[in-house]
Design a protein around this ligand. Structure first.
Ligand code: NAD
Ligand code: DAU
Length: 351
């Protein structure tokens, strides 16, 4: 992989992945990061990477829905492999306004696949990043495996499911070289504060209410973002073509327990005025429509075939994450202004 196209590299996981590849891994080529810079992107995330790796990192602002401009990038930059993160990623937004989810997640992925099909000699790998949400919701027992049937329950997960199917179909029909990964909830530095963990950290620091949907007993399987990145890179290098790999953290937690944990760690790091517990800020609000009850990933295939293991324990990963948000107040302030604030005011609770 000499010229790797990373789509959506200015978002949460893309940023961490580019950092991992250039700073920590055995990747020796060049990264071309293509991102349209939606509200969820922050190009400043990678400004030091731009300075430190001038010959191995290039950022180009472009929309994957614009096939012509992406075709030009494929040819000018002699792209030979792709890691596709770019997506609309927030379930709540997809419930309020699904349009961009259909455009970017389905049409955008379709465009990339068509460009790869036209250049099948040139492109060695298309790695597609997906989610465990495509499998729907679990009851009290069991895990999602690669054999679990797809049952998406919200517009975001339905759009990701559609994109997974397209990737698989392009492999089967046209023989393009693909791998797919379906991952559980990520957490860590650079996550946009509309998602549960950063939203709770930032609201708790400001003494604002901590909105917990429904009864707070929904379960997610949390994975530290760096562990996700090591898994992706392993699959890209060693995964069998046409295969899907599940990635999970073995870290199931009820939302309410997680929010309480965030409150307690923040109280320990930075006392609240009057020494009051931040747990007092927890506010149960109306449930998310179609809210999946439980996600849990079985990543035995990845562990056995490719010898990947998550390294971070949740207890240490969440502390690192909270410290990162405390130490990067400028980043928080920047993303907390403008369009995001307006949107939050309008859609904070379901009505
Ligand atoms: P994010 O919202 O933080 O970042 C998405 C990035 O894609 C942004 O930089 C945005 O500007 C870019 N983008 C959006 N539309 C685009 C377009 N039309 N053209 C070019 N760029 C565009 O998302 P994330 O949390 O980093 O998720 C990245 C990928 O991982 C997504 O495909 C998501 O479905 C998947 N995923 C996320 C999680 C998670 O917990 N965050 C878990 C499993 C899978
Ligand atoms: O499972 C993987 C998915 O994880 C990814 O595909 C998505 O891109 C990513 O956003 C994430 O989806 P979730 O919907 O699970 O993440 P979110 O952080 O929005 O919510 C996590 C849980 O917390 C969920 O059960 C809803 C709940 N929640 C969320 C918010 C934002 C609350 O109770 N209150 C909140 O304010």
């Amino acid at each position: 992989m000499k010229n790797l196209l990373v789509t959506g590299g200015c978002g949460f996981i893309g940023t961490n992945f580019i950092r991992h590849l250039l700073e920590e891994s055995d990747f020796a080529g060049k990264i071309i990061n293509v991102d349209s810079l939606t509200y969820a992107a922050n190009p400043e995330n990678l400004s030091d990477i731009e300075t430190n790796f001038p010959d191995r990192y290039l950022f180009i602002r472009a929309d994957i829905c614009n096939r012509e401009s992406i075709a030009e990038i494929f040819d000018k930059q002699q792209i030979d492999s792709i890691c596709h993160f770019a997506a609309e990623s927030h379930v709540d937004r997809s419930i309020v306004k699904p349009d961009t989810f259909i455009q970017t997640n389905i049409i955008g992925t379709f465009n990339l696949l068509e460009l790869v099909r036209e250049r099948s000699e040139q492109i060695r790998l298309f790695h597609h990043i997906s989610t465990d949400e495509v499998f729907g919701s679990l009851g009290n027992d069991g895990f999602f495996t690669e054999q679990t049937s797809y049952k998406p329950n919200n517009p975001y997960s339905a759009s990701k499911a559609a994109s997974d199917h397209l990737v698989r179909a392009y492999h089967k029909t046209y023989g393009i070289s693909v791998t797919i990964s379906n991952c559980s909830n990520n957490y860590g530095p650079y996550q946009f504060p509309e998602k549960l963990i950063p939203l709770m950290i930032i609201n708790a620091l400001k003494g604002k209410p901590l909105p917990v949907y429904g009864d707070g007993r929904n379960i997610r399987d949390w994975l530290f973002v760096r562990d996700h990145c090591t898994a992706i890179w392993k699959i890209m290098k060693e995964g069998r073509k046409g295969e899907t790999y599940n990635i999970g953290g073995n870290n199931e937690l009820e939302n309410i327990k997680l929010v309480e944990m965030v409150c307690d760690i923040l109280d320990e790091f930075e006392k609240r005025p009057g020494n009051k517990s931040r747990r007092e800020l927890i506010t149960f609000v109306k449930d998310r429509p179609g809210h999946d009850r439980r996600y849990a990933i079985d990543s035995a295939k990845l562990q056995q075939e490719l010898k990947w293991e998550p390294e971070e324990f949740f207890e240490s990963g969440i502390r690192k994450t909270i410290k990162w948000y405390l130490q990067n107040q400028k980043w928080v302030d920047r993303v907390n202004t403008g369009e995001y604030q307006e949107w939050v005011k309008e859609h904070y609770h379901y009505r």
